[in-house]
Unconditional design. Structure first.
Length: 194
């Protein structure tokens, strides 16, 4: 059973944040990520980031992780938006209740990923993730992009009470820009700066 009121809840967000803007963000992100990787010397990769416990290398993986996570969240949002509203609220509340273990897994996962994957592989994965997201965005209708569900706000500062699919496509750029500023690679540009 469908809930048309759930589909229409985020129409304002779809109007404010448009598909073309998000598509451009997805296409610009890989070159920005590669510039960060190209600026990274072995000594800089081992340095701590500003304001986190991660090194620059671990943070570079964490930037990639933001895009990988969105690829997996899109089908979940599409599914939950079709269920009764109480399902989405309950799911978000359950996830919020597990915020502490999530943050530990997020930290450890980025440490392990940063030390397991070499930079060229991370760059290729980043390229593929952005390309896949851009293709999926292109195939989505406005009604698809307006689908939404409640989100666990304690998991990420860029998660809001309710997020549409279009919000979710935009999320990795917000995540990227925030964490890029924490890198200590002495390289200022990110996806939004060309």
């Amino acid at each position: 059973m469908r809930y048309p009121d759930r589909v229409n809840q985020k129409e304002d967000a779809v109007i404010e944040l448009n598909r073309d803007q998000v598509h451009k963000e997805l296409l610009a992100a890989p070159s920005s990520y590669r510039r960060l990787i190209d600026a990274a010397t072995p000594a800089r990769l081992r340095q701590r980031t500003a304001g986190t416990r991660w090194t620059n290398q671990e943070m570079l993986f964490h930037l990639l992780l933001g895009y990988l996570v969105v690829r997996n969240l899109l089908p979940l949002v599409s599914l939950i938006s079709r269920l009764p509203p109480w399902v989405g609220r309950g799911f978000a509340a359950m996830l919020d209740a597990t915020a502490r273990p999530f943050h530990m897994m997020n930290y450890v996962g980025s440490v392990l990923g940063g030390h397991t994957l070499h930079l060229p592989r991370m760059a290729r994965m980043f390229d593929r993730a952005c390309a896949a997201l851009a293709r999926r965005l292109d195939r989505s209708t406005d009604a698809d992009l307006a689908r939404s569900m409640p989100f666990p706000k304690r998991w990420d500062p860029f998660f809001t009470d309710h997020m549409s699919l279009l919000d979710l496509y935009h999320y990795p750029l917000q995540h990227f820009e925030f964490h890029r500023r924490q890198l200590t690679l002495d390289f200022p540009n990110g996806p939004g700066t060309g």
